[in-house]
Design a protein around this ligand. Sequence first.
Ligand code: NDP
Length: 485
Amino acid sequence: MTDPTPTASHFVNGTYFDDANGDELPVVFPATGETIATLNTATQATVDAALDAAQAALPAWRAMTGTERGRILRRAADLLRARNRELSELETLDTGKPLQETLVADAASGADALEYFGGIAAGLTGEHIQLADGDWAYTMREPLGVCVGIGAWNYPTQIACWKAAPALACGNTMVFKPSETTPLCTLKLAEILMEAGLPPGVFNVVQGRGDVGAALVSDTRVAKVSLTGSVPTGRKVYAAAAEQMKHVTMELGGKSPMIVFDDADIDDAVSAAINGNFYSSGQICSNGTRLLVQSGIYESFVERLTRRLTGAVIGDPRDEATNFGPMVSAMQREIVLGYIAKGKAEGARLVAGGDAIEGPGFYMQPTVFADVTDEMTIAREEIFGPVASVFRFEAEDEALSRANNTGFGLAGAVFTRDLARAHRVVAGLEAGTCWINTYNLTPVEMPFGGVKDSGVGRENAKAAIEHYSQLKSVYVAMGSVEAPF
Ligand code: NDP
């Protein structure tokens, strides 16, 4: 396994450095509970140094052509791919996710983002607009300035790349704060970007808890904040950003519905339910945690889903045979077990799992509740762990209105062989990202994000460019100026 100890805690202005006055930040390997590295959090001096570096690097970086910027990002994508194993091992140590997953999902997705936005950087242009009397206008697409990225702990490499790649392609610079729980991977990304030729100061990493994030968000040097996190944190960050009219992207939590009709391919639907509830031990924002299943196949679906869980290989995430690892932390496991207790107390039928697994590390069983009803706590609140809830429904209208009966709006899916119904139901879903007959596929070519409480803005695809650039309109007069007097 790769050595998880980073050269230092922070990466500012092209170099690693430590902040001796910062608090200790232990990094715990979720599979054993052991501390594998100790970093320190950023003091205000480090936050200042990072923002100053990002501000100083901005003029030269934005003045480069998109082609030049793109070449650096694409080189970084190649380096990520070439070092996939080392980066995947680090991601596994940081998060506890099985190597079987990280080898294909994390650095690989980050590399896709760097390659995609590296590829379109050269094509970012304004437009020409013909006006009356020979006058005309043009628009210029300008970067926003210094952007702040703040990440959650479930996909540290991917989250940093999904934010940095479009930001940098547009000519912005960035200061990124990873989650305190998973601080290691983003440092490697900074190192690789430098190796690819990124000028110092364009991408900086500072470690810390929520207070460091808050200091970044409220700083006047910052033009934009992109957060991946929970809805309560999103509300705080959005409000703080609004004080200074900053741009925001908010990628927040979800309680997404997966609607399975009687005519669906039931094995596909069960496979999707497994991917959409138990991959990464269920710690995925867009998971389809409300499985709405039509009554004709309800019992069969519950039985097949439960049976398939016996195929989970729970073990050391460093073993490539393992396909179900620990939760990220003891605290997150406690939160999830609390929800399971509420599910039982409120009358849901526990059909699989439900318990913590004894021994070192933060393991728990993949869990399924059946006969869940809409008013139960487990039906309404985001659990963010390996807990699936199955609901019974009779009619299409009923399924749609119950699916939408939530403040969240991140994702949703429909499983049916009826093409017209699939599109009709998806059109009615109040969700930013939807799938038909599959779940949780998020290629960089497709915009990703939520509506309602689940977020503002979009990541990935051409849509992300709108959230990391602004237009300047220029009116060009070709004749003389007339005035009334
Ligand atoms: P949190 O909301 O707890 O934290 C997110 C980030 O915000 C962390 O880096 C955190 O720092 C930081 N933070 C906390 N308070 C503040 C503040 N006042 N100002 C600025 N930054 C702050 O989320 P989790 O890390 O627990 O992640 C899980 C959540 O993320 C779930 O709700 C999940 O749905 C959501 N998520 C959404 C995704 C999406 O794309 N829509 C994808 C992945 C996850 P620290 O942790 O260091 O205290």
